[in-house]
Design a protein around this ligand. Sequence first.
Ligand code: MD3
Ligand code: FE
Length: 205
Amino acid sequence: MTAPAGFREHPAFLDGAAQRALLTDIRAVVADAPFFRPEMPRTGRPMSVEMTSCGAVGWVSDRTGGYRYQLTHPVIGKPWPRMPDSIVAIWRAVAGDPRLPDACLVNHYAPAAKMGLHRDEDEQDFTAPVVSISLGDDCRFRIGGLERGGPTRSLRLTSGDVVVLGGASRLAYHGVDRIYPGTSTLLRDWFPEGGRINLTLRRAT
Ligand code: MD3
Ligand code: FE
């Protein structure tokens, strides 16, 4: 068991009806705050994942400003949409922390997208957990320890799975190796080529 303590999996936490209801709420968020493609700091290389956010603050990244949270969408300049109750309810059920999230990152993975190993360290307080919700195609998720280059293990995340990263695991290295296209029909009307949506709920400020 490679992942540090505090890593909790909730396989099939959301049934099909709950996934569809959540997706309806996410589509409304994306209608107000369209996906944008973040850039790597310094190089400006575009990430393969496109993103948007809801909640008080949203995570953004570009060549000159680097990784940060801000109050407005980087392209349209408007405040982020409020976080739907359906998302806050999942935090309340699994986070084990009475404080509520102020940021929900919405990541969209096209079939070829991935996310390299990294730590989430742009938040001001690491005592609150991170909650991750998977929708759409399966992915191979990788989690390691607190140091880059240490052992890792992979697990397959499926639509409806919820993962909680609390305690020591909050600062663990993690990433998404690959998507398994065509393993879910949930996003079919929206992204016919397949893909995955991940919601990452955090306390950033
Ligand atoms: C483990 N997203 O947006 S969520 C990210 O599936 C991110 O889109 C991935 O990593 C995704 O930063 C993984 C699961 C996750 C989130 C935060 C973590 C795993 C984590 C923080 C610490 C350890
Ligand atoms: Fe992360």
